[in-house]
Design a protein around this ligand. Structure first.
Ligand code: SF4
Length: 359
């Protein structure tokens, strides 16, 4: 059971609200070379189709900044420009029409340059995320707090916020990320006590698909269950579409509702006579892109399988000679095993069509 959401100020990124009474917003980051407009837009389309609400792109140089105008104009999602050190790139990004900046004013240094960026962002109602990463924590804070501690990360992030506030910016989002899960959780808890700016949560460099999903689920799951987190990005060394899927699974697991179909599949055991791993993966693959929240059970035997299959919206309980297909708790078909996936998908399609007709 998740706790009540911690109240934060609303910040708007194009048409998307972060914080306030908005549910946590899923965002993603492209992995293409931003200078390659076509490849970047293709990846943004895939992320939008997967359900991401915002997309961040890295802007490492002038050519990447020059590509932003076309990307922002054609993107189906509000674009966030990720910039380090170079205030000219930030100004260029704002002029290109991005919806949000991710930058740390402390990295820019010169107050005049920071002022120029912040004034342009405020004039365009573009919010700024300040993001502190444990791996690149300013040595000043490391020294002051005796290492990369939660207190050091929080102090560093709030010092960046103060710089923005001094220049008149109040549309601010804050992140504090580490690859260490307990450190990240502790830092966000401290930060949530000290500020009401919305928080962007994530475990940085979480790892490859499986490890990264587990670490992100544990860290972000704890925070979301405690009511902390207004927008989330899952960082995986994998296709960014997987990051979006994992983010929605974390939201579903922490009580933020179902997002698209959820496939419940049995782990299989000595009773199972079918290749259920292949079957479950095939069902998941064929359900990709379906937005309807429904539970689909894929079970490996007709002994214990029917219980779970009955509880799902649509389910199958496979057996050696025949599989039972369930819909809304009732057995509606008995089919040979080689037809069970098609039969299951046909029932899902029929159920979705019936629900859409009722709406
Ligand atoms: S549903 Fe059947 S096959 Fe699957 S784990 Fe349970 S008993 Fe084993």
């Amino acid at each position: 059971m998740r706790r009540a959401r911690k109240r934060t100020r609303p910040v708007t990124v194009g048409p998307v609200q972060i914080g306030g009474d908005a549910p946590p917003v899923v965002q993603a980051m492209t992995k293409t070379d931003t200078r390659d407009v076509a490849a970047t837009l293709a990846q943004i389309d895939a992320l939008a189709e997967a359900g991401s609400k915002l997309v961040r792109v890295a802007v490492p140089d002038e050519r990447a900044a020059a590509a932003l105008a076309e990307i922002a104009a054609s993107s189906p999602l509000p674009v966030v420009a990720d910039i380090h050190f170079n205030y000219r790139l930030a100004l260029q990004a704002l002029q290109a029409g991005v919806a949000k900046l991710r930058l740390n004013p402390g990295n820019i240094g010169d107050p005049q340059r920071v002022r120029a960026v912040v004034q342009e962002a405020v004039a365009r109602s573009v919010p700024i995320r300040v993001g502190v990463n444990a791996g690149s924590l300013d040595p000043v804070w490391r020294k002051k707090y005796g290492g990369v501690t939660a207190a050091a990360l929080v102090a560093s992030a709030l010092s960046q916020v103060r710089i923005l506030e001094k220049e008149g910016c109040c549309q601010i989002v804050i992140s504090i990320k580490a690859s260490d899960v307990p450190l990240t959780v502790q830092a966000y808890r401290m930060l949530a006590e000290k500020t009401d700016y919305p928080l962007h949560i994530g475990i940085t460099e979480a790892g490859t698909e499986l490890r990264g999903a587990v670490f992100s689920a544990v860290g972000l799951g704890v925070l979301l269950a405690e009511g902390i987190g207004d927008t989330l990005r899952v960082s995986l060394t994998a296709d960014p579409v997987s990051e979006v899927r994992v983010a929605y699974d974390i939201l579903a697991a922490t009580g933020w509702g179902h997002f698209g179909p959820r496939v419940v599949s049995c782990p299989t055991c000595g009773r199972c006579t079918l290749d259920m791993r292949t079957v479950a993966l095939e069902v998941e693959r064929r359900l990709q892109g379906l937005a309807e929240p429904l539970v689909v059970a894929v079970m490996g035997c007709v002994v214990n399988g029917p219980g779970e299959a009955r509880a799902a919206d649509v389910g199958l309980a496979g057996g050696k000679d025949a599989a039972l297909i369930f819909r809304s708790g009732e057995i509606i078909r008995r089919v040979p095993p080689h037809e069970m996936v098609d039969a299951l998908l046909a029932e899902i399609e029929a159920l979705v069509a019936a629900r859409r007709k009722e709406q």
